[in-house]
Design a protein around this ligand. Sequence first.
Ligand SMILES: [Fe+2]
Ligand SMILES: [Fe+2]
Length: 362
Amino acid sequence: MTKPDAKIVEKIKNDISLLFRHTDVKHEAIRELADLYFQREVSRQTTRMTNAASAGIIPESEEVDEGSYHPVDLDTLLRTQIKLPSLPLIFSQIMDLMSDPDSSANDFAKVIGNDPALTAKLLKIVNTAFYGYRSQIDTISHAVMIIGTSELYALCLSTSVLTLFKDIPSILVDMTSFWKHSIGCGMIARKIAARKGETNRERFFVAGLLHDIGRLIIYNNLPNQAHQAIAYAAHHKELLYNAETRVLGFDHAKIGGRILDKWKLPVKLADVVRFHHHPENAPEPFDIDTAIIHLSDIILNALQLGTSGEHLVPPLNPAAWKMIGLSVEMLPEIIQETESQIEEISNILIPRKQSNQSRRYY
Ligand SMILES: [Fe+2]
Ligand SMILES: [Fe+2]
């Protein structure tokens, strides 16, 4: 590779100081992620594959009026103003089948087959390299036998959740980017879990996919406050979840946990969502699921693979890193292995209508 232009190197170094300003760059994992960011940006900006050289890490900030913030009580809001979406009927049917010991693969196929779009997506996904099944899976009943009902349930949930949020103001978030961040987080989490020898790994994909879902509820129901939080974060170079707490009185993780409660998903999964930025506050501090989602979110933010609205890298809790016990050399391996697969799965899962290249607020 030709020697990179000194101006490009300088700009990327400045971007790194901004991107990682809230986390400890001396930590081995963060240093590795910063190095990876550096190498990738040098190559991207030198070969001019993108116009990233002119793009900033944080969008242009506007003046903020902090006197207009009115933090509110989440319970009151949920009682009076915010309606949490329900899951499609097909979930209660699949859950009934899962709890029925007499149900067969054909019973699952019949229920899922009622939704041809869901069926087609599920079959595409289970045949991707990410899932790595050796033989071609052509029918849902075949999929049930090969991948099992829990995995299929997780995939149905993931596929349908992406179609639930249709009316998010496009000025607040690019939905393609949002889902890419979420899908990527789930996929990286699942890979890390595999390296750790965890079983029932579908739960990591679901947790990653849902970890920032609270933001969609905020964007949908409280667009003005969402805009205020985004503007505050940009103006003060602050993390968006801190800005949310400042403006709203709660953050996306808190409301995200409440949606999972409403959907009657396992309490443990709701807690992973609730504590993904603060694993130390979880009821079971540093449980492995929360620690892995915490790290995966940081990886996705550090490499700028999609965004749920956050533009900076949240702080890594060193105890969570220690608990996962990953060696730092594994990080680039996992990222490289998963990156093209994130594109493939995102292309299947993200609804076309949401793939807007909408203008952003800034
Ligand atoms: Fe988050
Ligand atoms: Fe996130």
